[in-house]
Structures are given as structure tokens and as C-alpha cells.
Design a protein around this ligand. Sequence first.
Ligand code: SF4
Ligand code: SF4
Length: 104
Amino acid sequence: MSIKIDVNKCVGCNKCLEICPGSLIYKNESNKAFIKYEKDCWGCTACLKECKFKAIKYYLGTDIGGNGAELYVEEVNDTLNWHITDKCGRDVIISTNRKQSNKY
Ligand code: SF4
Ligand code: SF4
């Protein structure tokens, strides 16, 4: 499991670099974020939740039943909308409330 960062959407805000507990994300000479060693990502999703520009997607591999689907997070007030897009382009949205996250 790992993340993918879309350099075309990244604005270089540093949020993902600051939040990654493994310090796995760096910036290139164009001020765009990238993950150096994808295999080291353990999929905590912290960076997805911090990126306000939908630049980070989480790859849902076959090993966890995702069959190559991708996940990104959109924040609307206290709600996190977890968008899961499969290979056919179908989008499933799971919404969670930040303030009630300990209940899930
Ligand atoms: S949080 Fe998003 S926009 Fe900001 S540096 Fe990371 S990938 Fe780029
Ligand atoms: S998912 Fe977690 S471990 Fe992986 S790059 Fe993002 S913040 Fe770091």
C-alpha cells in the first residue's frame, strides 16, 4: 500500500511533509511533494486528510481487496468525505465526522 502525489495538483503547502509520522515525503526543486520510498508508507492516511488540494491519492491494492482502486479525502467543514474510485471510474463516498471520529 502506498500513496501517489499528483504534481499538477500539489501547491507545495508542506502540510503532508509536516504530518507524515515517518517523514517519508519530500519536496523537489519545483516545490512539489513526492514520496521517496513508496514501500515505506504504512498507509496511515494522515497526509490524505491534510492535503486540501486532493493531490494525494491512496492506492488500494489487491492485497486489501481494493483491486487497484484509489482513495482521496475531501474535507467539508467537520466532515471528511472519503472518495473511493475503482478502475471503471465508479465513485463511492464514505463520510465521517471529525468530531466523532473516536466513535467509528
Ligand atoms: S499537502 Fe498536498 S498540496 Fe500540500 S505539499 Fe502535500 S501534496 Fe502538495
Ligand atoms: S499515508 Fe501516512 S505513512 Fe504514508 S506517506 Fe502518508 S502520512 Fe506518511
